[in-house]
Ligand binder design. Structure first.
Ligand SMILES: *Cc1c(COP(=O)(O)O)cnc(C)c1O
Length: 420
């Protein structure tokens, strides 16, 4: 993108709900450290953690999706990161959303998103949440059990349905989902018949291959399985299905390119003869993960021989819960402060095996016992990149450290392409 295009995006993001009134700083890629330093210097209580969010990278990821998968409309999975500035940016970019609860629907609609841009993609919903969806006109949801059919029939009979199918063993994925969701092949016919008997419209199929995995060929198998369900409806004399929802599971790295290939192959092999089909997806991690960097202050240090131990202002009960819940590998790099200037000194410095602890009084709150870091001091900072997926969203308030109140500061970097 050229400067004028970037300028145009910044201008319209500046007006976005959730962002309006906040500053978006334009920086070039090399300016990130200086940007973070200026934030630290401007803070009064300069030890609280904060996120920086790269809206320029988000735009590039959106462009890459539109370029590689133009036929598939993404519904951003809110649960991955419901950061309000991030959601506001996506709303302003015209995104649609995958919500899993009443509160997520409320949040997204408060940003001005209309109900036809929302799928209630939770296969098992409390009936009160279904009633709420009906009251605001969210008319698309998923199901994988007879009881869900009964609840929807009672509380939202106008709602269109996608049958969520279990695709395969996804136990190699960082966050497998198939043990919890998805109709088994031998359950599909009776579920479709139950929906038909209840006069509900099953308009398509959805699946989720599992989150954060590498086996992106799974999309090919899943698309083949979805086609069988399409065929089953024809055999049962039901109306033709018209929606294929390929779920989430994308990562913003080279696996994405393989996933694109697998999806295109699957669609052209199994669905090229279906006309007027609507393809949708529910990516979370792909858009959120790389756009957020977490900055944490070192508040404590202990030296034991060659070992360095540091305490920082966020940890396993906060953003780094992703290590436990999402099997994430988190990395960090040091950022000095003016009293201990930045990286050039660090990069040549001798490295020490370092343990990094979170701030709570639980020994379990240990982020890593094997980082190699230069000899850092109390009041230095550590930056954790790629902290946007299943981090702040799943953190707790344990011990009075409130993950949900970590502020987010916006910037727009001019990385002109997404290199993967
Ligand atoms: C979690 C979830 C997603 C998002 O998954 P990612 O791997 O983050 O893309 C999408 N759809 C449903 C139904 C989910 O539960």
């Amino acid at each position: 993108m050229n400067a004028a295009e970037n300028g145009g995006y910044i201008q319209s993001l500046q007006m976005a709900p959730g962002i309006k009134g906040k500053k978006i700083t334009w920086i070039n890629k090399n300016g990130i450290l200086g940007f973070v330093e200026s934030i630290i210097l401007s803070q009064k209580e300069a030890s609280e953690p904060f996120y920086i969010l790269d809206l320029g990278l988000l735009i590039n990821l959106v462009h890459k999706w539109a370029h590689d998968l133009p036929m598939i409309q993404p519904y951003y999975a809110v649960k991955c990161n419901p950061n309000i500035e991030f959601l506001g940016a996506m709303a302003a970019l015209g995104f649609s959303f995958d919500c899993a609860s009443r509160a997520e629907i409320e949040t997204v609609m408060a940003l001005g998103v209309s109900s036809d841009r929302i799928i209630f993609a939770n296969p098992c919903k409390a009936e009160s949440h279904i009633k709420y969806a009906a009251s605001v006109g969210v008319n698309l949801t998923t199901f994988d059990s007879i009881n869900e059919v009964r609840k929807i029939k009672r509380s939202h009979p106008e709602c269109a349905l996608l049958i969520r199918i279990k695709v395969m063993d996804d136990s190699t994925f960082r966050s497998p989902l198939s043990s919890k969701y998805g109709a088994l092949p031998n359950e599909i016919e009776s579920l479709l018949q139950a929906a038909q008997a209840a006069q509900l419209d099953v308009i398509g199929v959805s699946f989720h291959i599992g989150s954060g995995g590498n086996d992106v060929y799974a999309y090919r198998y899943a698309i083949a399985a979805a086609k069988e369900v399409f065929d089953t409806t024809v055999q049962l004399g039901m109306p033709k299905m018209k929606v294929l929802n390929i779920g989430g599971g994308f990562t913003a790295d080279t696996h994405f390119n393989v996933a694109v290939m697998a999806i295109k192959e699957g669609i052209s092999k199994h669905f090229s003869e279906e006309e007027g089909l609507i393809f949708m997806a529910e990516p979370g991690r792909y858009f959120a993960e790389k756009c957020f960097t977490l900055a944490t202050n070192i508040i404590g240090k202990r030296v034991r021989g060659d070992l360095r131990e540091y305490w920082i202002t966020d940890g396993i009960y906060g953003s780094m819960n992703c290590i436990v819940n999402d099997h994430a590998v988190v990395t960090c790099s040091p950022l000095g402060t003016t009293s201990n200037p930045i990286n050039p000194t660090c990069t040549n410095a001798e490295l020490y095996k370092s343990t990094v602890f979170g701030p709570t009084c639980d020994a379990y709150d240990t982020i890593s016992t094997s980082y190699w870091l230069p000899d850092l001091e109390v009041d230095d900072w550590l930056l954790f990149p790629n902290m946007g997926a299943y981090t702040s969203a799943t953190g707790s308030n344990f011990n009075g450290f409130t993950t949900s109140s970590i502020p987010t500061i916006l910037y727009y970097s001019n990385i002109s392409c997404v290199n993967f």
